[in-house]
Write a protein that binds this ligand. Structure first.
Ligand code: FPP
Length: 246
């Protein structure tokens, strides 16, 4: 029996976040340039989104480019940005056909103009779609996102729009980039690295963490199904006892 047949469709994570890692090592292992790995990573993205759609997972959030990634060699950064432009452009008809809504979080104004415009165009074109919400974290840093939320709240307090006593977790959450999404219940990281790397630090407070040694370009929908199955075997206690949960 394959993984898909074993999944309980009534106990799916609503939101799966993924740290796509290992593109460079995958390419190096084949004697190719790092960008070859990123190109092949796009095939994994397509397959995983297809798998999420097939299962009925509503939100997929991909760590596509971190704020720290700007420090990579200039040529690699340029090549990733170009890959992003061409991929987004190519994928829009497929998003429309499959009812996928594209979304992005991060310091998007740091992106090269061409990339920013292509992205905004795709976000606007797919805005009315009601299927999977595919969020790309781009020029994203969770710490920066948290500081930004704190600043937004301070501005509202200063202007009298918000009372200091009304600041709570819900209000804080609404001021994050992800304010209109449920928090991820499952976080997957590929490539055998066991770190969070400044990704969705607030949002993953109660997420189940799943690590696999597979490199991202080798990751396929079956691997997503395996992770979901593992998620379904865990007991999520949210600080309570096992007896209380059951
Ligand atoms: C991490 O592997 C991967 C990235 C920083 C880039 C990921 C980008 C893509 C897969 C392109 C996706 C594009 C769209 C539009 C979704 P790494 O380079 O850190 O690998 P390494 O750890 O082996 O060096």
């Amino acid at each position: 029996m394959d993984y898909l047949d074993q999944i309980n469709l009534s106990k799916l994570p609503q939101h799966v976040a993924i740290i796509m890692d290992g593109n460079g090592r995958w390419a190096k292992g084949k004697g190719k340039l790092r960008i070859f790995g990123h190109h092949n990573g796009v095939t994994s993205v397509r397959d995983v989104v297809e798998g999420a759609d097939k299962l009925g997972i509503k939100y997929i959030t991909l760590y596509t480019f971190s704020s720290e990634n700007w420090n990579r060699p200039k040529l690699e950064v340029m090549a990733i940005m170009e890959l992003m432009v061409s991929t987004i452009h190519k994928e829009v008809p497929g998003f429309m056909k499959n009812n996928i809504k594209l979304n992005a979080i991060g310091d998007l104004d740091m992106l090269p103009e061409k990339c920013y415009n292509e992205l905004q165009n795709a976000i606007e074109t797919t805005a009315g779609n009601t299927g999977v919400v595919l969020t790309l974290a781009l020029s994203y840093s969770s710490r920066r996102e948290i500081v930004r939320a704190a600043k937004n709240i301070a501005i509202k307090v200063k202007s009298g729009e918000l009372d200091i006593d009304d600041i709570n977790e819900d209000v804080f959450e609404q001021n994050l980039f992800t304010g209109d999404m449920p928090n991820p219940e499952l976080l997957i990281r590929t490539s055998g690295e066991y770190r969070i790397s400044n990704y969705l630090l607030w949002q993953i407070a109660y997420a189940e963490l799943y690590f696999t040694t597979k490199l991202w370009p080798d990751f396929r929908k079956e691997d997503l199904y395996e992770a979901v199955l593992d998620f379904q075997k865990r007991e999520r206690r949210f600080g309570m006892t096992s007896e209380q949960v059951n």
